[in-house]
Structure formats: structure tokens, C-alpha cells
Design a binder for this molecule. Structure first.
Ligand code: GN1
Ligand code: MG
Length: 348
């Protein structure tokens, strides 16, 4: 499969080595190594991205705008196949894309210090800022209602009605805890009807592995643009909080290790505001702390919904995997909310 896809880009069978790459849950990613160059090959999960070609269409529009108005921004566009396409279709595996691997750059799986959090937040803020004059409504929603918490909450309720009965029983306490916090959904509904909240070009997956760093540890650009679509800034800012504040990830089973770190919070807010302070409205700036609650809560209910639905979205590497992830995120949320009075006034 991989060799026939690479053939469409003119790479012949015995000239490359293939290695698994990264830790994404949805798409498959490989590093392709040839004597001259390295590439990143990605297979799009078409059960999740139902219109894979929309991803290519969005990226082309963004690439064109950045190229014209911000030619110095390091934008990593997919390579064009021999037939002239930005995606290749393979009977067996569906849609694939090939990217050049940027030499002297690297990505990270874990945020190791607040400076890295600052660099990443700067990069995600800059990406949205550079696209401020881009017509955001020209972007397709590659996953419709992706970060619509109202819809995610409805899915959560549906799973409690129609999901796996044993799992519903087993999750009783966690279901109660998360249901008690549904004020976070009500707040989101207010945001959706608030004209001071703007739809901007939003990345929607701001984990650290989606930032490229140079050898001096400075952020270069953001990558993995599949979920770039119109959205609210709370998605990007909040997902950084969800994934950078805690020293362990959503995969951690030892919940005692879950904590949230003040210095990282400051760095995320400072880095993001550094780029976005003149873009955000005064009202939006009141929602920095809420951003973290919004994203951590959404991820907790998404994992638990999937557990009740027999892991059909995220899959499971062991029995109870999505329940562990959901419980992890619920604990992260409670640790985060303990900081509300301490952190909510902090706006750099
Ligand atoms: C998925 O595939 P990956 O790991 O980049 C998910 C995100 C979740 C994340 C949780 C398209 O991202 O929304 O935050 O898992 N992406 C999609 O690890 O659902
Ligand atoms: Mg992703």
C-alpha cells in the first residue's frame, strides 16, 4: 500500500525506508527516508474526515493567502503527485498525503519546560493572527460541529441512553461527576450567541507535537492542518491548557500524577496574548480560564461517550482504555478548577 502511494510521487520501491511516526489517534503517519531526503506520509482516516478532499481545499486556500501576504511564514504544503494532485487515492488505504520533512526541525511529544509552552502558544496565536484578513467562511468544516460542545453533550446523553448497559453501570460515578459540571455547556451556548465572540481560522488540535521547533528551540510553525476550520479561540487556547499544564497525558493511569502547573499557565497565556492581544475582543479576554474548562470537559465527555459506545471512535488498546482516559481528564478538570480564583485574573 505505502509503496504504491509513494510510486504516485515518483519514489521507487527500493529507494526508501518506512518508519512509524508520531502518536496521533486518528490518522496514520510514517516517516519516509530516502538517501537524499526525508518525508512525512499521512493516511487520512476517512471514517472521521468524511470529505478528505475538503482538507486539501482548505490547505490550498490558506497556503495561497499566506504566500501572498506573509511570504516569510514557514508554511509546509503537501507535495504534488505526478498526476498533479495534493492527495493520492489508494484502493486499499484511501487518501494519503506526502509532506517534505523540514530539515533541522523537530517536533516534541511532551512539553518539558514553560519556554516550550510559550513558543507553542506563540505559534498557534501567530497562525490565527496572520490569517485575520482571510475569509474564514471560505473554509470547509472538515469535521462538522467538531468543537460544538452542545452537540458533544447531546452525544454524551445519547450514549447514556443507548450505549453499552454494563459500561453505563460501571461508569456511574464518573457520569454523575461530569453531568454535575454541565454548566460548562450552558456557558458555551451563551458564547455561541454572543456577537463579541468571533469565528477565526482555528487549528483545533494544539498539542505540542503539532508545532515544529528549530535547533535553537524556537517555534517555527504549526503543522497537521486537517482540523483547521472556523472556530473560537477557546478551542486552541484551551487545548494547550489541557495538554501542556499537566506533566502526564490523558493516557496516564496513575491519577496521583495529575497536577496543573502555574508557570506553564502563565507561559501559555503570555505566548498566546503576545500574538493575539489586538485581535481578541475585551469580552473574549475574560474567557481565558474558561477555555481550559471547555476543552478539558469536552475531552472527558468525548472519551466517556466513546467508552459507552464500545470504543468505536478512538479504539482501545486494552479493556477500559477510554474509561481511564475519561477519568484522567475529569481529574485534570477538577485540579484545574481548583485554580479558578488564583488564575482567572491572570491575563499576562
Ligand atoms: C484526536 O488524532 P489526534 O491524536 O491528533 C482528536 C482530538 C483529540 C485527541 C485526543 C480528529 O487527535 O480532537 O483531542 O485525539 N482528533 C479528532 O488525544 O477527533
Ligand atoms: Mg490531529
Amino acid at each position: 500500500m505505502v509503496s504504491s502511494v509513494l510510486g504516485e510521487y515518483g519514489l521507487s520501491d527500493n529507494s526508501f525506508k518506512v518508519e512509524a511516526f508520531g502518536s496521533g489517534l486518528i490518522n496514520n503517519t510514517w516517516k519516509i527516508i530516502t538517501a537524499e531526503r526525508q518525508y512525512i506520509l499521512q493516511r487520512i482516516n476517512s471514517a472521521v474526515f468524511k470529505q478528505p478532499l475538503d482538507i486539501g481545499a482548505n490547505i490550498s486556500l490558506i497556503a495561497k493567502h499566506l504566500h501572498q501576504f506573509h511570504p516569510h511564514y514557514k508554511f509546509i504544503a503537501p507535495l504534488i503527485s505526478l498526476k498533479g494532485d495534493e492527495m493520492v487515492y489508494n484502493e486499499e488505504g484511501g487518501y494519503f498525503r506526502l509532506f517534505p520533512f523540514v530539515t533541522l526541525s523537530h517536533s516534541k511529544d511532551v512539553v518539558k519546560n514553560p519556554e516550550q509552552a510559550y513558543e507553542a502558544a506563540t505559534q498557534f496565536g501567530r497562525f490565527t493572527k496572520l490569517l485575520r484578513d482571510f475569509n474564514v467562511s471560505s473554509l470547509k468544516a472538515t469535521i462538522p460541529s467538531f468543537h460544538d460542545l452542545t452537540l458533544r453533550y447531546q452525544d454524551f446523553l445519547d450514549a447514556q441512553k443507548n450505549g453499552n448497559k454494563e459500561r453505563i453501570k460501571e461508569s456511574e460515578n464518573l457520569l454523575k461527576t461530569l453531568t454535575r459540571l454541565s454548566g460548562i455547556v450552558a456557558e458555551f451556548e451563551r458564547i455561541k450567541s454572543d456577537p463579541t465572540f468571533k469565528l477565526r481560522v482555528t487549528h483545533h488540535d494544539t498539542k505540542i507535537s503539532n508545532v515544529l521547533f528549530n535547533e535553537e528551540e524556537k517555534g517555527l510553525c504549526v503543522i497537521d492542518l486537517d482540523t483547521v476550520m472556523p472556530g473560537y479561540f477557546i478551542s486552541d487556547l484551551g487545548d494547550m491548557m489541557r495538554t501542556y499544564l499537566c506533566p502526564v497525558s490523558e493516557e496516564e493511569k496513575d491519577y496521583n500524577k495529575i497536577e496543573v502547573r502555574t508557570d506553564y499557565y502563565r507561559s501559555i497565556v503570555q505566548g498566546y496574548l503576545n500574538e493575539m492581544k489586538d485581535e481578541l475582543t475585551a469580552n473574549e479576554k475574560e474567557y481565558f480560564f474558561y477555555a481550559g474548562k471547555f476543552m478539558i470537559y469536552m475531552q472527558a465527555i468525548r472519551f466517556l461517550t466513546d467508552y459507552l459506545n464500545n470504543d468505536k471512535y478512538y479504539g482501545a488498546a486494552y479493556p477500559g482504555h477510554n474509561l481511564v482516559r475519561a477519568a484522567n481528564q475529569a481529574i485534570l478538570l477538577s485540579r484545574f478548577m481548583e485554580k479558578e480564583t488564583l488564575w482567572s485574573d491572570f491575563t499576562a
